[in-house]
Design a protein around this ligand. Structure first.
Ligand SMILES: Nc1ncnc2c1ncn2[C@@H]1O[C@H](COP(=O)(O)OP(=O)(O)OP(=O)(O)O)[C@@H](O)[C@H]1O
Ligand SMILES: [Zn+2]
Ligand SMILES: [Zn+2]
Length: 795
């Protein structure tokens, strides 16, 4: 038997199948994680095929080891990795690794092993292998080299499997009950511990094997248990346990709500496809608060009733609190949860429950789209417009596309849900590629909240700062008086977003990036939001030593201070990257707000979506314009989406909601249509703009980024690539650039970009793969080329 293996070496030359002979002693299957010899090393790999014959002329090397009892990759995922590698610009091994929990990525160790007594002495060898990478001093390195040369030592490569199960000690009963009884009858009066154990063995026999921890709770110490093992009463073994993520307090309302007419119609369409095993993609376009979640949950029940499994993706940020609770309340232990808040061990264990078929439903963030769940009857993607469904580093897969691929594979429907669908998604529904289902009304028949625009050009500000208008401030005051809650959106964290010297005009920038530093008052630091660089807040201008320095712009920290000054009695919770860094803090803030422990929730876009708090009657947007003038073709779409989503957080229960959007651009269509909360009108308008500008969804796009520490090298390489493209591509294909990226330097790398816009270009995929392969050659000159098909951002 011959195994076809993809090895864990991400390079052009190794991005193919390698063949290994399978020794008779090993049992293998497709999808196995294995260790193979590779050159002088040993590496991890994945079996993607098994065959009887080979064209390889020489002697095949032997496969060394199979790492897991059950192949981690299903045949489906192996197939998917192959198709995906054709589609995105990533090596197959990177894709395979992205499919698995982090602990299944191997660690590699390079060891120096002494081969003679002399070497052992010289190396002061204690029996533990020496890590070559830890030899640092020139003396140690010279010694190692010398020993290797003389054959007194050798190098060994080790593949380290970090995927470890958790086990606990358990004790099983070894004797028949009658025997325990007779031992018990013959016990000495003072043998209290033994009596305790024997009584338990007789009375609670059905619960054995029992965990050591449970027996200890009865009052049986390890020493008593050991003694019992020696007497042959008990047998000690290790049993596997799952590290279960902490289950959130389940919601009270477990039972499904009866659907309203609109929900029922949407549900019927999806459910019919589940029943007849039809793969079809639905777009469930439902206004904020229309009850899309209830439709998903009904459809999931339907799939489970039909003995099929379900997968639901939600954005990372809306995963922790509300959604998971709701799903667990409905489906209990059948649910496995996958998200970045879990420890590596918990992720691995949840993943194994899925792989073993013990979980019937998976809810997770982007990477959960690769969950090895079998027999899918339904895939749901909530908030499908979220850019985070596309991974923005290698491998740049789009979870929405992967979901649709899996839907076809399993013959099941895929539901994309949103109040503000991505333009491309909505356009596909228009063309009939997807089937459009709409929910036009809020679930509880409440109207959508009334939205006011506050024109910041003609307005009075409350307090000493220029952030909160009198109008918004008095609206906040009203809610506080009525004991209702307020959500405030400010899409920028920190205190002030730059330092300006009034004497010389100097702006304090990051030394590594082409960006100004943001002041963080609580830490007293100026921070770069791109690379994390931080330095103390200056007292003098670093350029001219003047004292006349100002901190301009605004951020969440500053508005928090202002709120404290204006409403000293109000309890304000701030939610941004700085306050949610620690595990669980996100959930804590939302729980506190949900339980009425605060009056105002102030935050960045992470508070804009998905939240459902009945007591929130006012939503304020402090600066609607931050994203509007970004040099990106989808800036309007992103702005409209954010404003509509955050507006939708108001008035979701009985009380009416109100929204106030502060803006310098009240006439911009993205803002005026967000005021109307009219997605359909926005869709039509924005489609015209895209058509006029030759942008998606009228054109496909591919973005080529060229980076180098040396700006000229990056520029020169970009022009070279452009010439190659020009030679092979024809109108109507448009090649834009090369041009420096909008933030032209990040982490000391200069970025140049080329954007290819095309309608049909059969040769492009191969050409781009070629360009990417050739980029391997120039890597040694410090140049990197990165290709992103259908980028979420072009900046
Ligand atoms: N059929 C129903 N009858 C009564 N209440 C319902 C019904 N369906 C949903 N709801 C309630 O309506 C509220 C909004 O529902 P949900 O959070 O699912 O909205 P959504 O469509 O996901 O909105 P968003 O896009 O803003 O997240 C929830 O509190 C939910 O319990
Ligand atoms: Zn100065
Ligand atoms: Zn920086």
């Amino acid at each position: 038997m011959i195994a076809q293996v993809i090895v864990d070496v991400a390079a052009k030359q190794t991005d193919r199948v390698f063949e290994y002979h399978v020794p008779a002693s090993l049992e293998v299957s497709i999808g196995d994680r294995v260790v193979v010899p590779f050159g002088r090393r040993k590496v991890q790999g994945f079996i993607v095929g098994l065959t009887d014959r080979t064209d390889y002329p020489g002697q095949l090397k032997d496969l060394l080891l199979v790492l897991d009892e059950l192949a981690p990759l299903t045949p489906e995922l192996v197939q998917l990795s192959s198709d995906l590698a054709q589609d995105i610009f990533a090596y197959r091994i990177s894709i395979l690794k992205a499919m698995l929990p982090g602990v299944m990525r191997a660690g590699y160790r390079k060891l120096l092993v002494p081969a003679s007594e002399r070497a052992k002495e010289l190396l002061m060898f204690q029996g533990d292998p020496l890590e070559v990478n830890e030899l640092k001093t020139p003396k140690d390195l010279a010694l190692a080299r010398q020993l290797l040369k003389n054959g007194d030592a050798r190098i060994e490569y080790l593949v380290e499997n970090k995927a470890k199960k958790k086990t606990v000690a358990v004790y099983s009963a070894k004797l028949p009950s009658a025997e325990y009884q007779s031992i018990l009858d013959g016990l000495r009066a003072n043998a209290a511990k033994q009596r305790l154990l024997l009584t338990d063995l007789l009375e609670d026999r059905a619960s054995y094997p029992k965990k050591q921890a449970d027996l200890e709770k009865l009052g049986l110490a390890a020493s008593s248990l050991n003694a019992a093992v020696k007497k042959g009463w008990l047998e000690k073994q290790q049993a596997e346990v799952y590290r279960k993520p902490q289950v959130a307090k389940p919601l009270k309302n477990k039972r499904p709500l009866p659907l309203n007419d609109e929900q029922e119609q949407a549900y019927q369409a999806i459910s019919a496809d589940i029943a007849r095993k039809k793969s079809e993609t639905f777009l469930l376009e439902g206004v904020t608060g229309s009850g899309k979640t209830e439709v998903y949950l009904h459809a999931i029940s339907k799939a489970l009733e039909n003995s099929r499994n379900a997968l639901m993706l939600v954005p990372e940020i809306s995963l922790t609190p509300q959604m998971v609770k709701q799903v667990q309340a409905r489906f209990g232990d059948q649910v496995a949860v996958l998200h970045s808040g879990l420890s590596e061990g918990e992720k691995y264990d949840e993943w194994r429950r899925i792989r073993r078929g013990e979980a019937r439903m998976v809810v997770g963030a982007r990477s959960a789209v690769f969950a090895p769940i079998a027999n899918l009857g339904l895939i749901v993607i909530d908030e499908e417009h979220e850019a985070s469904y596309k991974q923005d580093s290698n491998p740049r897969y789009d979870a929405r596309k992967v979901a649709i691929w899996r839907g076809k594979y399993h013959h099941c429907p895929v539901v994309l849900g949103s109040a503000t669908p991505a333009l491309g998604t909505r356009a596909r529904a228009q063309k009939g590629v997807y089937r459009l289902l709409t929910l036009k009304k809020r679930a509880n028949r409440q109207p959508l909240p009334k939205v006011d625009l506050v024109d910041l050009k003609h307005v009075q500000f409350a307090g000493s700062q220029f952030d909160l208008s009198v109008k918004l401030t008095s609206a906040i005051g009203e809610r506080l008086a009525k004991k209702e809650q307020v959500i405030l959106l400010l899409n920028r964290r920190g205190f002030a977003n730059f330092m300006l010297c009034r004497d010389c005009g100097f702006v304090l920038k990051c030394p590594n990036c082409d960006l100004s530093l943001t002041m963080h008052k609580d830490t007293g630091m100026m921070q770069c939001h791109y690379c994390g660089h931080a330095e103390p807040v200056p007292e003098l201008c670093p350029n001219c030593r003047s004292r006349q320095i100002r901190f301009l712009g605004t951020g969440t920290q500053k508005v928090q201070e202002e709120l404290a000054a204006l409403f000293p009695q109000a309890r304000v919770l701030r939610m941004d990257v700085d306050t949610t860094r620690r595990k669980g803090s996100y959930e804590k803030i939302l729980d506190a707000f949900g339980n009425g422990k605060a009056d105002i929730l102030l935050g960045t876009q992470m508070i804009a979506k998905g939240l459902d708090f009945p007591n929130v009657t006012l939503v304020g947007v402090i600066n609607a314009d931050t994203g509007l003038w970004l040099p990106d073709y989808n800036a309007s779409e992103k702005t409209f989406e954010l404003l509509t989503q955050v507006a939708g957080r108001a008035g979701r229960a009985e009380k009416d909601g109100e929204v106030m959007i502060q803006t310098y651009n009240p006439d911009h269509y993205a803002i005026s249509l967000a005021q109307k909360q009219d997605y359909e009108l926005f869709y039509r308008k924005e489609m015209q703009m895209r058509h006029a500008g030759n942008y998606p969804p009228y054109f496909y796009t591919a973005l080529i980024s060229i980076a180098s520490k040396n700006e000229q090298n990056a520029a020169r390489e970009s022009f070279k690539i452009k010439r190659r493209l020009q030679a092979q591509l024809k109108a109507p294909t448009i090649i834009l650039g090369p041009a420096p990226a909008a933030i032209s330097r990040v982490k000391n790398q200069y970025y140049y970009q080329i954007l290819v816009k095309y309608k049909r270009e059969p040769r492009l995929n191969a050409l781009l793969h070629q360009i990417q392969d050739d980029a391997q050659e120039i890597k040694k000159y410090g140049l990197t080329v990165d290709i992103d098909s259908e980028p979420e951002r072009i900046m």
